[in-house]
Structure formats: structure tokens, C-alpha cells
Design a protein around this ligand. Structure first.
Ligand SMILES: [Zn+2]
Length: 330
């Protein structure tokens, strides 16, 4: 092999499917520690299986839906991460995404819960335009994305919600063209996804005046020789940024600005060849989060090559689901 050739390992599809199915049977200490992320974890598992076109044969639909509804917080009108947990915007978006995958019209939610969840999400927006994650008030651009994405799934976006949210996002853009979690905060690739994704949902991508600058900043996240992406300058590459960076570049139509073959090779070297699953870096512990976003990255790179479901870079959901969404026009 010459220096310029890239070795691409095979995808361990069956091992990844088994790895995901077995997540729930691991009644380990780590498993119970992760209660606060369980709804997100379920979304990551469902999405990973969907990407590999094996959701229905791997996870019983009724069990997934029952778990989602067992996390309904009737007092707040949103979904918690686990039964009897308080509702949070992060788990509410994951719940809505899962339900939407099974029922694009969301009739499964029923009119009463639907009304409550719309009020819950709208009620988390602050006068600044930002959203807080829950009533305790943590604020960052992640929640703006979560708020707009949730309301988009529910077809409940209005100018009163969108305009201040967009104004807040634009305040978070930095001199380097990238975005941080709050106005003036350090640029970070995951925050770029939340901001660019939110602008795409709001139909306001044209507000990014210099998308070359942002595209360059995103391209510079590719670390050589490994080919993986990092989240900030000087940091190590990590599989999850395959999604956060490449989805942002896809939304900006600049996916070709990076070496996709090297990225593909990096993701595949982070697979656990024995037990399946994908870790953040080669030989590191695998987890469902990096497994989902590694596969989602591969789907963005070449879904046909892997016989994967095509994934929408704005919503991180299958395009066959998102094409049913009513597009918001500003
Ligand atoms: Zn990561």
C-alpha cells in the first residue's frame, strides 16, 4: 500500500446490531448510572438500527413506544429521560423523534398530550430567544436547536418563536465564522451543528454571511493522518464529530471540502471487532452514542455503499421520515 492509499476496514454490521440489542440486557452499574440519558440512548439505538435497516426485526415497536410513554411527565407536559424523571427538552426531542419514526403524523400522541408538549416546549423559550433545557434554567444553543426541532416535528413553528431564536443564534457566531454555546463562548463543532441545524429549520441559512469562513473552520476539524474530526482546534479526533461536522458541512453543501475516504476509514477503525459497537477513538470503550453517530456519519458519506438508510443532516432522522415534514418558510 502506498502513502496515499487508505485502508478501509469492513463494516461489522451484524455485530453492531447485536451490540445495540444487548444494551438493554446489560443490567450493569453503568447502565443504571445512565438513567438520565436513557431516552436519548433509546433514540441513538433506534436511529442506529434504522440506519442499518434493521429496526423492526431488532426492537419490538410496542416496547419502544411503551417506554417512551412511561417517561411522560404529566405535571410538566413533556418527556423525562426515564420513568418518574422530570421532563426535559433533550429527552422530549428524543421522544418526539422516536414517535415520529413510527408515526409520521404523531396521532399516537393524542390531542391532549400534543397540546401539553407544545406548551411545554414553547414555555422554555426565554425573552432572549434562547431556550432553557428545563425549568431549572440551563441555557445554551443546544436547546435552541432542540426547541425548534421539536416544534418543527409538531408543525408548530411560528414567527414569534422563530425570529427571536434566530436572533439569539446569530449572536453566538464568532469572528472565526463558527458558533459557541452562548454569545461570546468558544467555537465548538457540536454547537455549529445545533446553530446551523436550527437556522436550516428556521429557513434562515442565508443569515450566515460568510459560509466560506465557516466551511473552512469546519474543514480544519479533520485531523491528519487519522482522518477523524475533532470538535475544537488542538483536540484529538473523535467519532461523534463525524456527525456534528459532516452534517454541518452537508447542510452548507460543502461536504466535498473534506477527505471523506479518510473519515470513513477513521470511523471504521473505531469499531470493536470482537463485540461490535463503535468507540470515540480506535481501541477505546464503545458506547451507543458513538455507535449511532459513527453510523450516521457513514450514512452521510455513502449510504448506498453500505445499504444504509439515507439520513437527513438537519434532523438526524431518515429522509423518508423528514420529507413528510411541512417545511417552515420564513
Ligand atoms: Zn465523542
Amino acid at each position: 500500500m502506498t502513502d496515499t492509499e487508505v485502508e478501509i476496514l469492513p463494516l461489522l454490521r451484524e455485530k453492531h446490531i447485536n451490540y445495540i440489542i444487548e444494551q438493554d440486557s446489560h443490567r450493569s452499574y453503568e447502565y443504571w448510572l445512565s438513567e438520565h440519558l436513557r431516552m436519548n440512548g433509546l433514540y441513538w439505538g433506534v436511529t442506529a438500527l434504522l440506519i442499518m435497516k434493521s429496526l423492526d426485526e431488532s426492537l419490538p415497536r410496542s416496547e419502544v413506544i411503551d417506554f417512551v410513554f412511561s417517561c411522560w411527565d404529566s405535571k410538566a407536559g413533556g418527556f423525562g429521560a426515564f420513568p418518574r424523571h422530570d421532563a426535559h427538552l433533550l429527552s422530549t426531542l428524543s421522544a418526539l423523534q422516536i414517535l415520529k419514526i413510527y408515526d409520521t403524523e404523531l396521532t399516537i400522541l393524542g390531542s391532549e398530550k400534543r397540546e401539553q408538549v407544545v406548551a411545554f416546549v414553547k414555555g422554555l423559550q426565554l425573552p432572549s430567544g434562547c431556550f432553557q433545557g428545563d425549568r431549572f434554567g440551563e441555557v445554551d444553543t443546544r436547546f435552541v436547536y432542540n426547541g425548534l426541532s421539536s416544534l418543527s416535528l409538531l408543525d408548530e413553528l411560528t414567527p414569534e418563536i422563530v425570529d427571536p431564536a434566530v436572533k439569539f443564534i446569530m449572536e453566538c457566531q464568532n469572528f472565526d465564522g463558527s458558533f459557541g454555546m452562548l454569545p461570546g463562548a468558544e467555537s465548538h463543532a457540536a454547537q455549529v451543528f445545533t446553530c446551523v441545524g436550527a437556522l436550516a429549520i428556521a429557513d434562515k441559512l442565508h443569515l450566515i454571511e460568510d459560509d466560506t469562513k465557516l466551511g473552512s473552520w469546519l474543514s480544519e476539524r479533520q485531523v491528519l493522518p487519522s482522518g477523524g474530526f475533532n470538535g475544537r482546534p488542538e483536540k484529538l479526533p473523535d467519532v461523534c464529530y463525524s456527525w456534528w461536522v459532516l452534517s454541518s458541512l452537508s447542510i452548507l453543501n460543502k461536504k466535498h471540502w473534506v477527505d471523506l475516504e479518510k473519515l470513513e476509514a477513521f470511523i471504521l477503525t473505531c469499531q470493536d471487532s470482537k463485540d461490535g459497537g463503535i468507540g470515540d477513538r480506535p481501541d477505546n470503550q464503545t458506547d451507543i452514542y458513538h455507535t449511532c453517530f459513527g453510523l450516521a456519519g457513514l450514512s452521510l458519506i455513502d449510504h448506498e455503499k453500505y445499504n444504509f438508510t439515507e439520513i437527513d443532516p438537519v434532523y438526524c432522522m431518515p429522509t423518508e421520515v423528514t420529507k413528510t415534514f411541512k417545511k417552515w418558510k420564513s
